[in-house]
Design a protein around this ligand. Structure first.
Ligand code: DLL
Length: 433
């Protein structure tokens, strides 16, 4: 179903004209309300009047995670505090979270975008949707929730984690749609299968995102659960789930171009790349009030397709993600940077800066082990000392990452050392293809 035909199926000429108008307005707004952008533009000799259409976007400065960090927490807000109604956040490289702030209108537009995504998968007001993304600072729970309510569906705000309860409610309440990470859905599917409950569920659709996943995973969940599964993309800085989804033709994620202007750049030269070429996805928010971002570098590697889709929508489509330009890992839907682990280890006596993160997927659940070299003496001391240190590291990492980590202590020089760039991650999941 198409939720907002006038926007989703606009002719490209009309869309480009609308984007140009909105771009000029947003540039004017940040110039006058965000000192950081004003200074950046002044340094470049740029004035708002220089931006008259999307062909001028290349003149604008980029925004990076480092810029958000410098302005943490509210330095990039473009409205007074009294107009802000929501904060979300997710992990950043240095442990300082990436923070986004929203006005009431931002929340409404985000709900509209999420509703378009859910409708694209077939969800209507007659559906019962279980939201299995985490609620809280993470955008997944509330983003999917508001989108589903906007659509008029009946929402069960489950959050992630309690699989037994989720399954019971799925059966008792005739849940037809689930929104959660793809790895969690596969885990739920296996539990349903083990318990012989697949025949008892009424599930029709799954809206999965927040982490990369493959066609094989889609096939597996569709086969096991007899459903249709859709991919949803988003990021805290832009608005959370709802930046785009795939339609029934699974030929890329339709990005809501009336609100988000996408570009692909070469991450090294920072020059725009033509349609079809793979590079870093860059997004300019065209309608955000709370924290509009100019040319935000997502660090996600992909390409864009502009041909009209068979579904009738005219928006550009984000193609399969090929990886990231940084070393961010997404484990059970949570963003993890090796630097966060390093920083936590450095605060613990007895550990060395040599560690290896080993990620795998067993029974459709991410496993996450951190191997740490510790000083020789621990291996000659009582076992109790080793156990104590293991526990300390486990607890520190849990606080730093918000995840349970398996910790394995190893002897000095047990891990590969290098004079150059040491490899700190072994990811056996092969999620980007
Ligand atoms: O993961 C927002 C979200 C919640 C999206 C629920 C979809 C569903 P962050 O925690 O800020 O926000 O992480 C954003 O996750 O830059 C991508 O690297 C990755 N990501 C998100 N969706 C997808 C997807 C949420 N469908 C980062 N496929 C992004 C691949 C994804 N990667």
């Amino acid at each position: 179903m198409i939720w907002n035909k006038s926007k989703e199926c606009m002719s490209r000429d009309e869309l480009v004209a609308l984007q140009g108008k909105r771009l000029a307005k947003i540039v004017d707004r940040v110039y006058h309300n965000v000192p950081y952008y004003r200074e950046k533009m002044q340094e470049m000799g740029l004035e708002p009047g220089d931006i008259n259409g999307i062909e001028d976007v290349e003149k604008l400065p980029f925004t990076t995670y480092e810029d958000l960090n410098k302005n943490y927490p509210f330095g990039l807000a473009a409205v007074p505090r009294s107009e802000l109604v929501r904060v979300h956040a997710s992990s950043g490289t240095t442990g300082k979270p990436k923070v986004a702030v929203y006005t009431r209108r931002d929340i409404d537009i985000w709900a509209e975008c999420a509703a378009r995504c859910l409708a694209m998968a077939g969800v209507t007001r007659d559906d019962v949707i279980q939201v299995g993304y985490g609620y809280g600072l993470f955008t997944g729970g509330l983003g999917a929730h508001y989108g589903a309510e906007k659509l008029g569906a009946l929402v069960l705000p489950m959050s992630a984690g309690n699989t037994r309860k989720l399954i019971d409610m799925m059966i008792d309440m005739d849940v037809t749609t689930i929104a959660c990470t793809p790895s969690y859905l596969l885990h739920v599917a296996e539990d349903l299968q083990k318990e012989g409950l697949i025949d008892k569920i009424k599930l029709k659709y799954a809206i999965c995102g927040a982490e990369p996943w493959t066609d094989e995973m889609r096939n597996k969940m569709e086969e096991l659960l007899h459903i249709k599964a859709y991919d949803i993309y988003g990021l805290t800085e832009i608005c959370g789930p709802g930046v785009g989804t795939d339609c029934q033709y699974h030929n890329g994620l339709h990005i809501w171009e009336d609100h988000f202007l996408p570009e692909i750049i070469d991450p090294v030269t920072q020059k725009q790349l033509p349609a079809g070429e793979t590079g870093e996805l860059v997004i300019t928010t065209l309608t955000k009030e709370g924290m509009p971002l100019l040319r935000y570098r997502t660090k996600d590697l992909t390409s864009l397709k502009y041909e009209q889709c068979q579904c009738g929508r005219t928006t550009a489509r984000i193609q399969r993600f090929k990886g990231r330009t940084d070393d961010m890992l997404i484990i059970r839907g949570v963003n993890v940077f090796p630097s966060q682990i390093e920083a936590a280890l450095l605060t613990i006596d007895g550990t060395t800066p040599h560690y290896m993160i080993v990620v795998d997927r067993v029974d459709n659940e991410d496993t996450f082990e951190v191997q740490v070299e510790v000083e020789e003496k621990f291996f000659s001391d009582e076992v109790r000392e080793l156990e104590k240190l293991t526990k300390t590291i486990h607890n520190k990492l849990k606080v730093a990452l918000g995840l349970n980590v398996k910790v394995k202590l190893v002897e000095p020089n047990a891990l590969p050392h290098s004079d150059g760039k040491t490899k700190h991650v072994t990811d056996n999941r092969k999620l980007y293809n």
